[in-house]
Every structure is written in structure tokens, then in C-alpha cells.
Write a protein that binds this ligand. Structure first.
Ligand code: ZN
Length: 206
């Protein structure tokens, strides 16, 4: 791609670093910004910079948050004894959209995936096990995607906590096998949480 301007080229190259954005799309987006008032680009760059510099991870559930402890964890009307275990912030958003869950979350930050070089120590599993060990948890609900990595992760956590006094359940398989949680519709996902099953029963289906 031949550019008439080094400034244009640099902006396009940076934009094209984003996933799913090729050079052509990057050029279209950059030319769009050029047609807008200057403020529009400032709002965008300020929003991105502020997000990058100020965003935190909740020190309790590891969800993305503006505060040290996120709004869900600091909400006294939520049931802090029921913890829904999810992969990342998108799953928290999907489950919150169902309005069916009044417990709190634990965000693992991914799934165990040896192929991608992700082992248990790169996830927040030890802090979850610590919560269970301290006796503050009545129920863990596994709400990971129904994939091999999701099942491996569930089973790994299950082995770590099964000897403690905690009920362990998994969301019902209204979620199709192989589906990512965030793509499930709200009604299906809401029902999957309400009709969750004991995790050991879910193992028999594997
Ligand atoms: Zn939190």
C-alpha cells in the first residue's frame, strides 16, 4: 500500500495492529476520522488512554473494574456465598444481562490450554481455592464454555476443592457444546444458571 503521507501511513499501521482489522479496514477507519471534527479523535484517544492507564482488576473477583473492589463484590444485596466461576469479563456481562444471578463472580482470566501454553498458575485459580478453603463459600457454579479447555479447567478446580464443604454445580447444558458463553442468548443462559446441575452429574455426560 503506497501512502501519500507518512502520518497517514503511521496511523493506518497502528490501527491495523488490532485483531480483525486489515490494512484496508484500517485505512477506511482512519479516513473516516479525518472527515470528522478534530474533537472526535480526541475523545477516542482520551477514552483509550484513560482506560489503559486507570482500569483495575477487582482484588476480590479479578473482574475489570474502575475501583479496587468492583461494584458487584461491594454490593451488600448480592449473595457472597455463591460464586459463579467464569473465564473473563465478557461472561460476567452476559450473565448479568440475564438478571437471573444474584451471587458474585470469580474471573479466571482464561482457561487451561496446554496448546496455548496456559497452565493453572497463569489463571486466578489459587485465589479461588483460597476463598473456598476459608469457608466463606457455599456454592461454586462452573460457567465456563463447554469446550475441552473449559472441561479441563472445571475438573482441575473440582479436584482442588472437592474435599472442602462446598456445593459444586455446573450450568445446565442448554449451552451447546463448543459454544462460547458470550454468544448464548440471554434466555438460554439465564435458564442454564437457574437449572444448574451438580458438577459430578455433569461429568457422567463427558
Ligand atoms: Zn469484584
Amino acid at each position: 500500500m503506497e501512502f501519500s503521507s507518512k502520518l497517514l501511513e503511521r496511523a493506518v499501521n497502528e490501527m491495523a495492529q488490532l485483531p480483525g482489522i486489515g490494512k484496508r479496514t484500517a485505512l477506511r477507519l482512519v479516513l473516516h476520522l479525518l472527515k470528522q471534527p478534530t474533537e472526535q479523535t480526541q475523545f477516542l484517544t482520551q477514552a483509550l488512554t484513560a482506560m489503559r492507564e486507570e482500569i483495575k482488576l477487582c482484588k476480590s473477583c479479578h473482574n475489570i473494574s474502575d475501583l479496587e473492589v468492583c461494584e458487584i463484590c461491594s454490593n451488600p444485596s448480592r449473595n457472597h456465598k455463591i460464586i459463579c466461576v467464569v473465564e473473563d469479563v465478557r461472561d460476567v456481562m452476559a450473565i448479568e444481562n440475564t438478571n437471573q444471578f444474584k451471587g458474585i463472580y470469580h474471573v479466571l482470566g482464561g482457561k487451561i490450554s496446554p496448546i496455548d501454553g496456559i497452565g493453572p498458575s497463569q489463571l486466578t485459580i489459587s485465589s479461588l481455592v483460597e476463598k473456598v478453603r476459608s469457608g466463606q463459600v457455599e456454592e461454586l457454579i462452573f460457567a465456563l464454555s463447554s469446550t475441552m479447555e473449559g472441561d479441563t479447567t472445571n475438573f482441575y478446580i473440582f479436584k482442588q476443592v472437592k474435599d472442602f464443604e462446598v456445593r459444586i454445580s455446573a450450568i445446565a447444558r442448554g449451552i451447546a457444546v463448543g459454544d462460547e458463553l458470550e454468544y448464548a442468548d440471554e434466555v438460554t443462559l439465564g435458564r442454564s444458571i437457574l437449572h444448574r446441575i451438580p458438577f459430578e452429574n455433569s461429568l457422567k455426560n463427558i
